[in-house]
Write a protein that binds this ligand. Structure first.
Ligand code: MN3
Length: 213
């Protein structure tokens, strides 16, 4: 997706039904989030690049120049990418936990799996206003936690900590307000019940492999 020309991007299918993440994330929130918010970022991105030089650009190129592109391109480009990643790292009926080399990499960076979750929870809870929390792979191939405001992400040249996001959590109120109202910490704890570790692990291996090439 990062290296596809923006004019060729497709709006992705949701890999499960709206109700499948209940009770942790409710069906109504999923439906609005996917069909209105995510779809909105996609449609506005396409509208924002129409008849500009950006039609032949990729998301990677936009993110590398995030501080120099129009706000509508940065915000909607980030919003499109971030949600596509987010849907894919969620899954109903998760049983798998991180294993093998990925579990070792978590221990190497954070001491324990629980410490990693704690650090992630703090990043997600303390992000003021709207934004995202991330588990990323740095250029040194080490795992780290960060967060970003609005629809920014760790690919962007403006990121506090740059890297490849392999797990993300949307902490915009639209992601949780219907079910959790102001209780963002409850939404964050519920999120861990629906993380698709197989997909996160795949993202980790794809990233470390491409950093070795
Ligand atoms: Mn959202």
């Amino acid at each position: 997706m990062l290296d596809t020309k923006i004019k060729d991007l497709q709006f992705p299918r949701l890999p499960y039904a709206y109700k499948d993440l209940e009770p942790h994330i409710d069906a109504r929130t999923m439906e609005i989030h996917y069909t209105k918010h995510h779809r909105g970022y996609f449609d506005k991105l396409i509208a924002a690049i129409k008849d500009t030089n950006f039609t032949g650009s990729t998301l990677r190129e936009l993110f590398n120049t995030a501080d120099r592109i129009p706000a509508a391109v940065r915000n909607n480009g980030g919003g499109f990418y971030n949600h596509a990643l987010f849907w894919n790292v969620l899954s109903p009926g998760v049983d798998a936990q991180p294993s093998g080399k990925f579990a070792l990499a978590i221990r190497d960076a954070f001491g324990t799996f629980e410490n990693m979750q704690k650090e992630f929870n703090t990043a997600a809870a303390n992000r003021f206003g709207s934004g995202w929390a991330w588990l990323i792979v740095g250029a040194d191939k080490k795992l780290a936690i960060t967060s970003s405001p609005n629809q920014d992400n760790p690919w962007m040249n403006v990121a506090e900590l740059k890297g490849t996001p392999i797990l993300g959590l949307d902490v915009w109120e639209h992601a949780y307000y219907l079910k959790y109202q102001n209780r963002r910490p409850d939404y964050i704890s519920a999120f861990w019940n629906v993380v698709n570790w197989r997909e996160v692990e795949k993202n980790y291996f794809d990233t470390t492999k491409s950093l070795s090439e």
